[in-house]
Design a protein around this ligand. Structure first.
Ligand code: TRP
Length: 487
């Protein structure tokens, strides 16, 4: 525990309020959003303490993680003309460090934004990089005597920019991909402030054993699935990764700033090593670097992917930071865009829905009968108890009810569970029908597309042209910055 953190702890203890320190993993990144993932909370439960310099001296502004400072409002509240973030050196005078300023423990006047108080618990820094503190902001304010005000705006997700994502070409899409990824793509595609790029990542598919004779077909099938689900080539750029060789060139350039040890320690890498110990290739080690190139070559700031991809996004941010620092570039720090269905449980009640576990998944092409059969096999219990289960087969079924029939329906069932008892036969019948209703139009569209492969190939060709235009521009800019351009 460093000095500052000890001071924070003492002040909280003296005030006699409830609080809780949590130790973060030693190798965790500095990103607040990563910390919040660790705590299992969203950014609205984070509180950031920012030190500003004004002509009247320094102040601390406390804002919620999902808001931005409105500097005009803050200036008004402080009655000052000038407002700028304190530099590293200025922070040092107070014994503070950038990024880990605690909510008290120093002699600087504090201003708290009212939106912070809307939460009963918030997580914030302690002055020690590896600890966060959880407390009630209404208690905090009594201790740090913060002045309240309205000086933030909710972060505008509409601020524009580029969105990019990709799915590997291992088999066809299933319900997990649809809920966890594609539904997010569809939502973002309809937002005119974003430019969307969606690809099939065939190069990443090569990092694990694959069948060269069927790869081409699998890739095209995913493009067809994308189109059938509603991705629209007039709104989004839909393409195949390997048709844009610039990704590979950029991945090589990026690999010059990443250390081997960092890559070897990624949980995703270790997992693959366990799964395929005979196939620990350079390409596998380089997987996250290529993914960073996929994202940054389009300067995408938003990436709709499952939570399991967070370590890869951290690598992408790290690469962006290093490239920006070393070569004076201005690459974005891409953030994950989470969808409601980002964790789709296995029908079997253990782990997530996955292509590689038989009985765990529903295919987008399954008919009503098949869906019924698969749901029939999902494990259940007696249907009665003091509390509806939060894990296992019944919990999975309830999660699917919520995803396809809404929260109200789920609550109904949960109530039945604790009163008269829940009849799974009826639940499963209704649920199968609800899932099929959502899949039916997708299947119909797919059948049409299968009759018009010429159209599909045209989408692929035009997508590549559009993507390549953007990709080659970024690549040239980066090569120039790195001193390897000769024109
Ligand atoms: N690694 C991702 C996955 O397995 C696939 C992927 C590759 C990707 N490149 C990407 C996802 C770029 C988003 C952006 O799901």
């Amino acid at each position: 525990m460093n000095n500052l953190m000890t001071k924070v702890k003492d002040q909280l203890d003296q005030a006699g309020i409830k609080y809780e320190f949590t130790k973060l993993p030693d190798d965790i990144s500095m990103d607040v959003d990563v910390h919040m993932k660790f705590h299992g909370k969203d950014m609205s439960h984070a509180m950031t303490n920012m030190v500003f310099k004004t002509e009247k001296g320094f102040i601390v502004a406390q804002r919620r993680g999902d808001t931005q400072i409105d500097s005009k409002e803050l200036k008004k509240l402080l009655a000052v003309q000038r407002l700028s973030l304190a530099t590293k050196e200025e922070l040092e005078q107070f014994g503070l460090e950038p990024g880990i300023v605690p909510p008290l423990g120093y002699e600087i006047p504090i201003y708290m934004d009212n939106k912070v108080l809307e939460k009963d618990v918030i997580y914030t820094g302690t002055g020690d990089r590896l600890f966060t503190v959880k407390l009630n902001p209404n208690d905090l304010i009594k201790v740090n005597q913060a002045t309240l005000g309205d000086f933030t705006n909710l972060e505008d997700v509409q601020s524009g920019g580029r969105v990019l994502s990709g799915i590997r070409a291992t088999g066809r899409l299933h319900l997990g991909n649809y809920l966890g990824a594609v539904k997010g793509f569809l939502q973002l595609q309809e937002n005119p402030n974003y430019q969307n790029f969606y690809m099939v990542v065939d190069l990443h598919t090569l990092t694990t054993p694959y069948d060269k004779d069927t790869l081409r077909e699998s890739v095209r099938n995913i493009i067809i699935d994308y189109l059938a689900c509603g991705l629209d080539p007039t709104k989004s750029t839909i393409f195949i990764q390997s048709m844009i060789p610039e990704h590979i060139e950029l991945a090589y350039l990026f690999s010059t700033v990443m250390f081997v040890a960092r890559m070897q320690h990624l949980p995703t890498f270790k997992e693959k090593v366990k799964q395929h110990p005979e196939n620990v290739t350079m390409a596998l080690l380089n997987y996250p670097v290529l993914m960073a190139a996929d994202i940054l070559i389009y300067k995408a700031s938003l990436v709709p992917v499952g939570i399991d991809q967070e370590p890869h996004l951290e690598v992408a941010r790290e690469i962006a930071r290093k490239m920006n620092d070393q070569y004076g570039l201005n690459l974005p720090h891409p953030q994950r865009f989470a969808t409601r269905g980002e964790y789709v449980p296995s029908l079997l009640g253990e782990g997530k829905m996955s292509k590689s576990i038989e009985g765990s998944y529903i295919n987008l092409t399954d008919d009503l009968e098949t869906i019924k059969e698969k749901l029939a096999k999902a494990p259940t219990d007696a249907g009665k108890g003091a509390k509806a289960p939060t894990e296992g087969g019944v919990a999975s079924l309830l999660e699917f009810v919520e995803l396809f029939q809404g929260l109200e329906k789920r609550k109904d069932y949960e109530k039945q569970y604790t009163t008269d008892g829940l009849r799974y036969k009826e639940l499963k019948e209704e649920l199968a029908q609800a899932i099929f209703n959502e899949l039916k139009p997708i299947q119909e569209k797919r059948r049409k597309l299968e009759q018009d492969l010429q159209y599909v190939d045209q989408v692929i060709e035009e997508g590549a042209l559009q993507a390549r235009k953007v990709a080659s521009e970024t690549l040239n800019e980066i090569k120039k910055a790195m001193g390897i351009n000769y024109d």
